[in-house]
Design a protein around this ligand. Structure first.
Ligand code: KG4
Ligand code: ZN
Length: 332
């Protein structure tokens, strides 16, 4: 049996979790800083680091308490090594190193995006080869995994990440941070849809582009304003969301067929989007494919996913050491 304590501080959530055998959540604690960043309309790195320093110890202790385990029960300590905000990452890494040193535990450095993918291991057993659609504030990627721990990026965004586009569109629509859920909520109230372009790129490409779509939303708002027209903001939000979902789903369906995988997994903060979850579920409903979609709490940043990924690394004999440093641009 393995019992892993995992810590995640790559952005604006201070999170700690205890994961048993890579697939069972004993505890999953997330302290969000959302309110502190909301008035700035986005994450302020320095504020994020300071908040992490203030709460990381209490969050770790709460995770251990809720799991009813002590440091002596742990097999290893895992922490997000990158990518992310350097100051924010460093807080988690130093906390993990201190625990590893004090209790003689192995230290496992986890890639944040790998963590998002392995969140699905907490839902059902991952079956390789699989295809992962990773959609977050910093990433939009289609990843082919031939086996455990092997990541081949077959498509990625050429400009904005999908979550970033959601956040920028939210700001243009005067919606508060975080943008994604608020754009979705507004779109849900729409009685009509404003048709917006879809960015398919080259015929065979699995890459994405969302900056043109974002500009189309901004142009529409500006043009209407200049002409004194009141924009149907809900219809615009719906049009934006439909364009995003259409492209994400179509490329995922094509990649599933080409790579002939039997399992497709959804990952990252934007995976919380109900429209995307529904469209993907429908797209694979009549196919011989299992679609895994994490529950909402495991889509946005959390430490349970870091623990699940660390378990698979542990089984493969991968562990870090005290020289570990924050790696803001860590490749998969
Ligand atoms: O994975 P995540 O929590 O942090 C990163 O690693 O980036 O993703 C955050 C992103 C934000 O851009 C947020 O607006 C977006 O996920 N998001 C959503 C929804 N919930 C969160 N986007 C669309 N619809 C949602 N319901
Ligand atoms: Zn994330």
């Amino acid at each position: 049996m393995t019992t892993i304590l995992a810590i995640e501080t790559s952005c604006d959530e201070t999170a700690a979790a205890v994961i048993e055998n890579g697939d069972t959540i004993r505890s999953n604690v997330v302290a969000t800083q959302m309110e502190s960043h909301a008035r700035f309309g986005g994450v302020v790195p320095e504020i994020a680091s300071r908040h992490h320093v203030e709460v990381v110890t209490a969050v770790v202790e709460e995770a251990l308490e809720k799991a009813k385990v002590t440091y002596q029960d742990l097999t290893a300590v895992a922490v997000t090594e990158g990518p992310g905000l350097v100051g924010a990452l460093l807080v988690g890494i130093h906390a993990a190193k201190a625990i590893a040193f004090a209790h003689g535990l192995p230290l496992i450095g986890v890639h944040h995006i790998a963590g998002h993918i392995y969140a699905n291991q907490l839902v059902a057993k991952l079956q390789f080869p699989l295809l992962a659609l990773v959609v977050s504030g910093g990433h939009t990627e289609l990843i082919y995994m031939e086996k455990d721990g092997q990541f081949q990026v077959i498509g990625q965004t050429r400009d904005d990440a999908v979550g970033e586009a959601y956040d920028k569109v939210a700001r243009a629509l005067a919606l508060p941070y975080p943008g994604g859920p608020n754009v979705e909520q507004l779109a849900d109230t729409a009685e009509a849809t404003l048709d917006l372009p879809r960015s398919w790129l080259e015929k065979d490409s699995y890459d994405f582009s969302f900056s043109g779509l974002k500009s189309a939303v901004l142009n529409r708002l500006n043009n209407d304003k200049q002409r004194g027209i009141v924009t149907d903001r809900a219809a615009l939000a719906k049009g934006f969301q439909e364009s995003v979902v259409d492209v994400l789903v179509a490329k995922t369906v094509r990649a599933q067929a080409q790579f002939n995988v039997k399992q497709v997994v959804l990952a990252g903060g934007v995976a919380a989007n109900k429209g995307l979850r529904k469209a993907l579920t429908e797209a694979f409903a009549n196919k011989d494919v299992t679609l895994l979609v994490p529950p909402l709490s495991l889509c946005t940043d959390n430490a349970a996913m870091i623990g699940a990924c660390a378990h698979s690394m542990w089984l493969r004999g991968i562990a870090g050491n005290m020289a570990m440093n924050a790696r803001p641009g860590l490749p998969l």
